[in-house]
Write a protein that binds this ligand. Sequence first.
Ligand code: CO
Length: 134
Amino acid sequence: MLTNLEHLGLAVHDLEAATALYTTLLGTAPYKKEHVASEAVDTVFFRVGGSKIELLAGTSPDSAITRFLAKKPEGIHHVAFEVDNIRAEMARLKEAGFVLLNDEPKPGADNKLVCFVHPKSAAGVLVELCQSVI
Ligand code: CO
């Protein structure tokens, strides 16, 4: 089962500028900055109540964020839902006909195991499943 709306992932060109903007907008400083080498992204996380905002900037031309921003304006890149058992949810969604972008859970930002669901099978929205790893 998908539980919490864990975070919204926002693709930005200038991470420093976007961090300053969101610090003012949300009225709070980010709690984490993290480079995710496997995705070639720099991330900045803000807490908003029980949810989070993840700012993402690509660090290489191959980054999914760099490619996204080559085609689209800055904005919402993905919607992430917390799951208790990512493998069980991946199997359930695959069985239900959703297209998963990875066959195995992979390490994501902020101490998570993640799997992405292709936007073409999720009404145009890139969906991230994430499970906390302690
Ligand atoms: Co995310």
